[in-house]
Design a protein around this ligand. Structure first.
Ligand code: 5MY
Ligand code: ATP
Length: 491
């Protein structure tokens, strides 16, 4: 990219999260990712550069090992003319959702990350002019904690996402709870995956977005109450799934198209298109924890129908969901078991602050950092080294619990050879596809106390407001002890 010739008119607002803002190039398959920070809390250009370097290194040396070369795009750092960045910031400001404007895009350092635009198909080297569909899923945590440090039995039964939904609705983050349960998506069972994806399509929240030719066509922009219009979605999708236009419109047509979409997503999620170095690293067998969540609507429906055995077919080892789950399961002790170890590291750092860099708490995230993550022992020998390994593994797990999966699909031409590229067939068409993972920024060490408090809040809210209502004995108990609002974690 010729940075001297940067023109803000060639870029447009693409999206943002809590930490970064992304703009895409109007013609080329690239995006720029800028860091964000609260107003008046700007970091120096050196700090921004260091942060971005850490993100790139972490993707390159750590996450590629866990996920595989083809799934991770670490990108590169680019230095841009400050004038271009300022003009770009002004240009995109009106497009930004209000709820994200509590933070500003960094316009002072001139540094950003340059990445491939993952809403475009990555199996092609050149810009595609054929239509492209992209589905972005933020699957969240796909397992129930199996750690013996868990103090509340409910955490062994109901997953964090399903419990957190209630707190989010109560706090006004979303208007309605979602029926999506990550354990259904990660189950590998097609029926459960279908239910999970349908639930995401019903209440997308921040867990699902669909792009057509790089433009967002489905998912929440800035609305807690965003309406899911399946008819409109079906209109967008019809040329992809029924290219010869053989399907009449109407509710049946909409349902058929949504079903085809869910089928394609399921097949691509279960596909294995890459191998990785940590491929044989067994964190925890998936069978160790409970493979279903009691609060899942799918599970409840089965129980209502008198069926008590929930199928979990297991994920194929090479697929991105499997790799994501393995990385998530590096959280072996749960935050309740991890927090005392974090305190041990903190205590050590108070005594020896100069050791912070030797311990690689803020990077560099290099090969040596990765090697230290491979020790999966859970036998605490009382050392700082043990505590630190668990803390770093927990940070990786938290990152994998908050990353997103991008599936890009493009209709295959009749004569295209399926041997070179992965292809997924539907009833009336075929798609070449690519699967990638994004938002792999390592979660900060400093966020651990926040995680500990949030965990308590989520569980406490659920016990008091959801479970107690389902259980009259519990409900009376809470009424008698109205001031008992804190779930105490054993330390
Ligand atoms: O803690 P959670 O589960 O609410 O996850 C946060 C996300 O909320 P979500 O549950 O997906 O609605 C949250 O997403 P939103 O900004 O709410 O869209 C962020 O991804 C946050 O990450 P960070 O702290 O900004 O790096 C996420 O925080 P952490 O991953 O650091 O916990
Ligand atoms: N390489 C990419 N190609 C296409 N779109 C991207 C790319 N990177 C990010 N995006 C889009 O921009 C959005 C925000 O990016 P990202 O998730 O990295 O932000 P974040 O602030 O780190 O998120 P979070 O709130 O989870 O911390 C994504 O949800 C995705 O839609």
């Amino acid at each position: 990219m010729e940075v001297e010739k940067m023109d803000e008119n060639e870029w447009k607002y693409h999206g943002e999260g809590n930490q970064s803002l992304v703009v895409s190039h109007c013609q080329r398959c690239v995006v720029l990712r800028f860091l964000k920070s609260p107003p008046n809390q700007n970091k120096t250009p050196e700090e921004i550069l260091h942060h971005l370097q850490n993100i790139v290194d972490f993707g390159k040396h750590v996450m590629k090992q866990f996920f595989g070369e083809n799934y991770v795009h670490h990108g590169e750092i680019i230095q841009l003319p400050l004038d271009f960045v300022r003009q770009l910031c002004l240009k995109i400001q009106p497009e930004r959702p209000e709820s994200r404007c509590d933070k500003d895009m960094d316009t002072l350092s001139g540094y950003a990350m340059c990445l491939p635009n993952l809403t475009r198909l990555q199996t092609y080297r050149f810009v595609e002019h054929r239509p492209i569909l992209c589905i972005e899923i933020k699957p969240k945590c796909g397992f129930i904690p199996f750690s013996s440090h868990v103090s509340q039995e409910i955490k062994h039964k109901v997953c964090r996402y399903c419990m957190h939904q209630h707190l989010k609705v109560a706090n006004g983050k979303w208007k309605r709870p979602s029926k999506y349960c990550p354990l259904d998506l990660f189950s590998g069972n097609k029926q459960r995956m279908h239910f999970a994806l349908k639930s995401l399509l019903q209440e997308a929240q921040n867990n699902l977005k669909i792009f057509k030719n790089g433009e967002l066509i489905y998912g929440c922009k800035d609305d807690q109450d965003c309406v899911s219009d399946w008819n409109e979605l079906a209109c967008h999708l019809k040329p992809f799934f029924f290219p010869s236009n053989g399907l009449v419109s109407g509710p049946h047509c909409t349902r058929t198209i949504v079903k085809e979409l869910i089928h394609v997503i399921t097949m691509t999620l279960l596909s294995s298109t890459d191998a990785c170095r940590a491929g044989d690293m067994k964190t925890v067998p998936v069978s160790q924890g409970r493979s279903y969540c009691e609060a899942s609507a799918f599970n409840k429906e089965l129980v209502r129908n008198g069926k008590h055995k929930l199928e979990s077919s297991g994920l194929p080892r090479g697929c991105l969901l499997y790799k994501t789950l393995q990385a998530q399961m590096l959280d072996m002790l749960d935050i309740e078991g991890l927090y005392p170890l974090y305190s041990r590291v903190e205590q050590y750092l108070e005594e020896f602050p100069e050791e912070r860099s030797t311990l690689q708490i803020d990077g560099p995230y290099n090969e040596a950092f990765y090697e230290k993550l491979l020790d999966l022992s859970t036998e605490d020998d009382g050392t700082v080294a043990f505590a630190l390994t668990k803390v770093q593994q927990y940070r990786i797990a938290m990152t994998a619990k908050d990353c997103s999966i991008m599936i890009a699909l493009s209709p295959c031409l009749q004569d295209e050879c399926s041997e070179q590229r992965p292809v997924v067939p539907t009833s009336k068409s075929r798609f070449t596809f690519s699967v990638s993972v994004l938002d792999l920024d390592l979660k900060p060490y400093e966020s651990i106390p926040h995680q500990y408090k949030l965990d308590g809040k989520i569980v406490n809210y659920y016990l008091k407001n959801v479970q107690a209502k389902d259980d009259p004995v519990m409900s009376n108990l809470f009424k008698e002890n109205e001031d008992c609002t804190l779930v105490l974690h054993k330390v």
